[in-house]
Write a protein that binds this ligand. Structure first.
Ligand code: F0G
Length: 458
């Protein structure tokens, strides 16, 4: 790089206006949404960091490819382009399109797992865990010890604890473990990467016991970039070469193309196993569609075919990872507690450390997310006591960055808002639940501030 500043590697051709609201309006909107940001109309959000899933901006090449979509029911030309592009990177024999990641998970676990079995992962994402549990199997998280401590620094905090995997296999028996999964990057553990060394070690254990290894590959390109930056021997390899090597250590993958597929919808399931692929396609036809479209339009397949390749471009990845780190490092340098080091797709605020006066049962993560909205119209998501009704190890607030959507000045604004909230943190009240659903309560819960009475009195 001839200069220091890492710029957005694109020009903007089409713009989408965002809407300012006043603090008074946001107070009313938040109250009407029962202090649950999922219940806000998106139009009333200024900067939306709820998720990086399906929220990215497509490129001119993707939009051009959309026009080439072949909408034939069977044997679509778009499927061939999609399959060839995916295979070039992922290398697996069978590529089965699905409408998004969780559909690939449901089919994979539906075919490979049954009651009483155990699926190890570094950390299961919620839909992955739910799909494992739905077939009666047990989802076990085996991330390394460092992964449990927000402030600890480690270059590959998403790694699986290989010794723990060995002892799990010894304890429950190889025949009760239908597959091992590695989530790259580890979303629920802070968007942290997995090293090639760890992939190799996990793969060797799996091979020794004859257990297939699958990747939850949603953010495979970001993971490849971290390997290039942090792992010896990969400095001069391209992100694509790194991704190709990583996938060679596995037997298949599930993928949400809404992340590093750079598309607004879509996913796929890959395997090298012919018999399994046949069973998976049979299930696919039942709920998703014929195997050459799997619940997607031909134009979606085209967008993904181009998107997975663009996600691996060095200029893009350099900007992507730098802009996430920029946000994290900026606020951390002012003392704001975050999960360290900054992840690939998101920054996670440690709400328990941010608001030590709010006990976990008063939802410090929800309180902090509500305050970020009140202060600056920013939408984030709590990952903590509200989301995990049966107890959470941490209360985090995730600021997920959509791909190619916000510029540096947007991120500077987010930094300002967080620092303002940090300055006034002692005044932020805890919350109490007034309504909760029997499962996945975070999506629909109603809450109210603890000090409503006190505020009126003062
Ligand atoms: N696996 C991981 C690691 C994910 O982060 C997600 C989705 C999925 C699987 C499921 O994919 O949404 O296409 O069905 N994560 C989104 C998020 C929803 O906000 O982190 P999907």
């Amino acid at each position: 790089m001839p200069t220091k500043t890492i710029i957005e590697p694109f020009r903007i051709k089409s713009v989408e206006p965002i809407r300012w609201t006043t603090r008074r309006e946001r107070e009313q909107l938040l109250e009407a949404a029962h202090y649950n940001l999922f219940l806000l109309p998106a139009d009333d959000v200024l900067i939306d960091l709820l998720t990086d899933s399906g929220t990215g901006a497509m490129s001119t090449h993707q939009w051009a490819a959309v026009m080439e979509g072949d909408e034939s029911y069977a044997g679509s030309r778009s499927f061939d382009r999609f399959k060839n592009s995916v295979q070039e990177i992922f290398g697996y024999k069978h590529v089965i399109p699905t409408h998004q990641g969780r559909a690939a998970e449901r089919i994979l676990f539906g075919v490979t797992c049954k009651k009483g079995e155990v699926v190890p992962n570094n950390t299961h994402f919620d839909t992955t865990r739910a799909n494992v549990e739905f077939v009666g199997a047990e989802a076990v998280d085996l991330v390394i010890e460092e992964g449990h401590h927000p402030s600890l620094q480690h270059p590959f905090k998403g790694n699986m604890d290989v010794a723990a995997l060995e002892s799990l296999i010894a304890r429950v028996g190889r025949e009760r473990i239908p597959l091992v999964m590695l989530t790259v990057t580890n979303n629920s553990g802070g968007g942290q990467p997995v090293s090639m060394e760890n992939v190799r070690a996990v793969s060797a254990v799996c091979k020794r016991h004859g257990i297939p290894l699958y990747f939850d590959a949603c953010r495979f390109a970001e993971n490849a970039w971290f390997i290039k930056l942090r792992e010896k021997g990969y400095e001069n390899k391209t992100p694509k070469e790194i991704a190709q090597e990583m996938f060679r250590y596995g037997d298949g993958c599930t993928m949400s193309a809404k992340k590093d597929g750079m598309a607004n919808i879509g996913g796929f399931l890959c395997t090298n196993d012919d018999m399994l692929a046949q069973q998976e396609k049979d299930l696919l036809i039942l709920t998703e569609g014929y195997p050459t479209y799997g619940g997607l339009a031909g134009r979606d397949l085209e967008a993904i075919a181009v998107g997975v390749q663009e996600a691996l471009e060095e200029d893009y990845l350099r900007y992507r990872i730098a802009s996430t780190a920029y946000l994290g490092n900026h606020i951390a340098s002012h003392g704001v507690p975050i999960v360290q080091p900054p992840g690939g797709h998101a920054i996670y605020l440690d709400a328990r450390a941010f608001l030590p006066h709010i006990p976990p049962d008063q939802f410090p993560g929800v309180a902090l997310a509500a305050e970020l909205y009140l202060e600056g119209g920013i939408r984030s998501v709590e990952i903590g006591t509200l989301m995990f009704a049966h107890g959470a190890q941490m209360d985090l607030v995730r600021l997920a960055i959509p791909r190619r959507v916000y510029t540096q000045s947007h991120i500077d604004y987010v930094v300002e808002v967080i620092l303002e909230v940090w300055k006034n943190r002692e005044r932020i009240p805890g919350l109490r639940l007034t309504y909760e659903a029997p499962f996945l309560r975070h999506f629909t819960a109603h809450l109210e501030p603890m000090n409503v009475g006190a505020a009126t009195r003062s």
